[in-house]
Design a protein around this ligand. Structure first.
Ligand SMILES: [Zn+2]
Length: 347
């Protein structure tokens, strides 16, 4: 690792990315995580907390239609909602624009750095829609910027929910390889991300969905990464790998049914960063999701993995081990998925 510190983008306004008092998305996660990093010397030594800029319409327009941006603006004035669970509260679009600005800045940092972190992953917002607590898609804005610079990008979406917005934005695009591990869409929002969804037109083969069975733990994630994700990343040979996803694959998450423990979240961070390094690619890590009491601890576990620092993990029960036999549901999914993907990739 270079002597230079890793930029960790943040702005106080992130704390205003809110959907109301009783909503499961608690924006206190952002300042709370920054406090946690400040308490851990070994983590703090690695990062440089850097102010995220505000993304203007010209930035958001690289992935969203202008009619949609106008719709969000109007809803903020009238107090409307994009969907039942995604109201547009006063100040929230500005906070969202800061989050997008942070992810864009992380992408720009790839010009002279090989690693950047932001609080991002608003992956349920598509070209002309927002839903699932996501107003603007920062992951897509970062990837689009890199693409416009002539770079090949892998997005590895490890959120428990499938990244339908990101998938739609890059559906026909071969310059961005979108790979997602997520809870089986038959059992969780957004109900998309089946193995048959592989992209369209020129982008066919560049969308890859790996549904995970309920209760999937590190054993299953390791199997999916080794059998599918790593071979694809190696063959695609990206210039930059973006991982997005927070703590919601954790067993204690209140909205999902996956079963990673803190070691499992650390594994996701560590293996993603390693994949970038093994392929001489830059690495951007984005965390945002998580519901319930263990969000900040989950993010900490991921970050211990990405930074590869010797910091004790938050205490947790151990669920699953690498090397154990993965669940049959996943083994079958992997076999079926390889059968579909062999038209585009070698295994
Ligand atoms: Zn999620």
């Amino acid at each position: 690792m270079s002597d230079e510190k890793i930029p960790l983008f943040f702005h106080e306004k992130y704390g205003e990315y809110s959907f109301g008092k009783f909503h499961p998305f608690d924006p206190k996660r952002f300042p709370d995580f920054i406090e946690e990093v400040k308490k851990e010397e070994k983590m703090l030594n690695e990062v440089e907390i850097t102010e995220a800029p505000l993304a203007g319409d010209e930035v958001l327009s690289t992935v969203h239609r202008s009619e949609y941006l106008e719709e969000v603006e109007e809803m903020e004035k009238t107090g409307g909602s994009l969907t039942m669970d995604t109201p547009v509260k006063k100040g929230s679009p500005e906070a969202g624009r800061r989050i997008v600005g942070g992810s864009l800045q992380a992408a720009k940092a790839m010009e002279n750095k090989d690693f950047a972190i932001n609080f991002g992953g608003l992956h349920h917002s598509g070209p002309d829609y927002g839903e699932g607590f996501c107003l603007f898609n920062d992951v897509a804005v970062a990837a689009r910027h890199l693409e416009d610079e002539g770079k090949k990008v892998v997005i590895f979406d490890t959120d428990a929910h499938q990244g339908n917005g990101t998938m739609d934005i890059f559906m026909k695009d071969p310059n961005v390889l979108f790979i997602s591990t997520h809870q089986d869409p038959a059992t969780l929002y957004p109900g998309r991300g089946y193995i048959q969804e592989v992209g369209k037109g020129e982008g066919e083969g560049f969308t890859v969905n790996i549904p995970m069975p309920r209760d999937a733990n590190i054993t299953e994630y390791h199997h999916a990464v080794e059998e599918i994700v790593k071979p694809l990343v190696r063959q695609y040979s990206p210039d930059v790998l973006i991982r997005n996803g927070g703590s919601d694959p954790h067993h204690a998450d209140s909205l999902t049914d996956l079963a990673l423990d803190m070691r499992g979240l650390k594994y996701l961070g560590k293996t993603s960063r390693s994949m970038a390094e093994e392929n001489d690619a830059g690495y951007i890590d984005l965390m945002l999701s998580g519901y319930g009491r263990r969000v900040v601890e989950g993010w900490k576990s991921i970050t211990i993995g990405t930074l590869d620092v010797q910091v004790p993990l938050p205490s947790d029960q151990k669920i699953g081990e690498i090397g154990y036999e993965p669940k049959n549901d996943l083994k079958e999914t992997v076999i079926d998925l390889k059968d579909i993907l062999k038209d585009y990739w070698e295994f």
